[in-house]
Design a protein around this ligand. Structure first.
Ligand SMILES: NC(=O)c1ccc[n+]([C@@H]2O[C@H](COP(=O)([O-])OP(=O)(O)OC[C@H]3O[C@@H](n4cnc5c(N)ncnc54)[C@H](OP(=O)(O)O)[C@@H]3O)[C@@H](O)[C@H]2O)c1
Length: 349
C-alpha cells in the first residue's frame, strides 16, 4: 500500500517497453495508429488558455471533442459557441474521469495549476491527478494520450512546481499508452497568465517598472494557438507516438526584451529597473498572504530568474508549425488592460 492514491491506482499498470525514450532517440514507431475520428477526444483543462484554442481547432478540423472543465460559467463564455460535449468535474476525481473517458479514443491532458491554493497542491493537481488519468485510461481502454508538460519540468527539480510536472511526465512516459509529450516554454495569448500579469503590473506601476533579477533570464514565448496546433498535429500523426517535443516561439528573448515589446503593444512607457529577486520576495510574500489572487507567488518568482529556452526547437522541424512571433502587433490584447481591471484581477478571476 502507498499513501499516494495515484500510485495505488497505477499498481499493476505495466511500464512501457520504450520507457525513457526521447524525441530524438526513438526511431521505430508503430505506423498503424491512425486515431479514429468516430470516437471523441477528451480534453482536460478545456476552458484554459491552451484548451480554448485546442477545442476550437479540433472542432473546426472535424474531431468530436469532450471538454473537461470545472467552471461551467467560464466554459460557457469561452467554449459556448463551439459544438462540443462539456463535462464538469475535477480531474482528481477518478469516478468523474472514468465517466469522462468511457467511450473516448484519446485524452489530451492539459489541466494543471501554476499557483497553489489551500485546497490544491502541485502534488495532488499536477502529479497525482495525472496518475489517476493514466490508470483510468488504462481501465477504460483509451490507448492514446497527449500530455502537456513544461520546459524545465523534471522529477529532480528543486522547484516544487517543475518537480510536480516532471513526475507526471515520467508517469506518462513509463506507461504503456501511446503517449506524446509536449514541453513548451512560456505561452502567450489573450487569456495568458504571464504576459497579462506583467502588463497588469506595468499598468499599476507609475513611471518605473522593476524587473526581477535584472530581467536577464531568457524565455522563448510561444503563442497558445501554436501550442494547440502542436497538440492537434500530435493527435493526427502517429509518428509522434512515444516522442517528446520541446517547443518554443521563434526567438529567445530576455525578460527585459519581452517587457519592452509589451510596453510598445500597450502604447506606454516605463523606466525598466533591474531589482534582485531577494528584494522583491518580501513584497511578493506579503501579497501572497493578503490577496485572494496574487499575480505571482514566491515559488514562481524564482523561475523568473531562470532561463526557459528551447535549445533545439521541435515546433517547426518536428511538428511543422511556423511560430507566431512575440511581436507588439500580436500583443494588442494588452491594450484592454486598465488600472481598474488590473486591480480587479488581484481580487477575482
Ligand atoms: N501557460 C504557460 O505559460 C505554460 C507553459 C508551459 C506549459 N504549460 C502547461 O500547459 C498546460 C495548459 O496550461 P494553460 O496555460 O492552458 O493553463 P490554464 O489556462 O491555467 O488552464 C488550465 C486549466 O486546467 C483546469 N484545472 C486545473 N486543475 C483542475 C482540476 N483539479 N480539475 C479540473 N480542471 C482543472 C483549470 O481550471 P480553472 O479554469 O477552473 O482554474 C484551467 O481551466 C498546463 O499543463 C501547463 O502546465 C503552460
Amino acid at each position: 500500500m502507498t499513501d499516494n492514491p495515484a500510485s495505488e491506482l497505477l499498481m499493476g499498470f505495466p511500464p512501457s517497453a520504450t520507457n525513457g525514450c526521447s524525441a530524438t532517440t526513438v526511431a521505430e514507431q508503430p505506423q498503424l495508429d491512425e486515431l479514429s475520428r468516430d470516437l471523441p477526444v477528451v480534453v482536460t483543462g478545456a476552458s484554459g488558455l491552451v484548451g480554448t484554442h485546442l477545442c476550437r481547432q479540433l472542432v473546426e478540423a472535424g474531431w468530436k471533442v469532450r471538454g473537461i472543465v470545472r467552471d461551467a460559467k467560464k466554459a460557457a463564455m469561452r467554449l459556448g459557441h463551439l459544438d462540443l460535449d462539456i463535462r464538469t468535474g475535477d480531474i482528481r476525481d477518478a469516478e468523474m474521469m472514468r465517466s469522462a473517458l468511457t467511450g473516448a479514443g484519446a485524452v489530451v491532458h492539459l489541466a494543471a495549476i501554476a499557483i497553489e491554493k489551500r485546497s490544491e497542491s502541485y502534488e495532488a493537481s499536477n502529479t497525482d491527478a495525472t496518475g489517476v488519468i493514466l490508470a483510468v485510461a488504462h481501465s477504460t481502454g483509451v490507448r492514446r494520450i497527449v500530455y502537456m508538460s513544461q520546459n524545465g519540468a523534471s522529477s529532480s527539480s528543486p522547484y516544487r512546481f517543475l518537480r510536480s510536472k516532471g513526475l507526471a511526465e515520467d508517469m506518462v512516459t513509463a506507461s504503456d499508452l501511446k503517449w506524446t509529450v509536449l514541453r513548451p516554454s512560456v505561452i502567450f495569448g489573450p487569456e495568458d497568465e504571464f504576459v497579462n500579469v506583467l502588463a497588469r503590473m506595468i499598468r499599476l506601476s507609475p513611471l518605473v517598472f522593476p524587473l526581477p533579477g535584472g530581467g536577464t533570464a531568457r524565455f522563448q514565448p510561444i503563442a497558445a494557438d501554436d501550442v494547440a496546433r502542436a497538440v492537434r498535429k500530435s493527435l493526427e500523426d502517429p509518428a509522434t507516438i512515444r516522442r517528446t517535443f520541446a517547443i518554443g516561439g521563434s526567438t529567445p528573448l530576455t525578460l527585459r526584451q519581452m517587457t519592452e515589446r509589451i510596453l510598445v503593444a500597450m502604447n506606454t512607457s516605463r523606466k525598466l529597473v533591474g531589482v534582485p529577486v531577494r528584494c522583491i520576495r518580501p513584497l511578493v510574500a506579503a501579497a501572497e498572504k493578503m490577496l485572494p489572487r496574487p499575480p505571482v507567488t514566491t515559488g514562481l518568482l524564482e523561475l523568473l530568474e531562470m532561463d526557459n529556452v528551447i535549445p533545439e526547437n521541435d515546433l517547426t522541424t518536428g511538428l511543422g508549425v511556423e511560430p507566431v512571433p512575440f511581436a507588439p502587433e500580436e500583443l494588442l490584447y494588452l491594450r484592454e488592460i486598465t488600472v481598474a481591471s488590473a486591480l480587479g484581477s488581484l481580487f477575482h478571476g
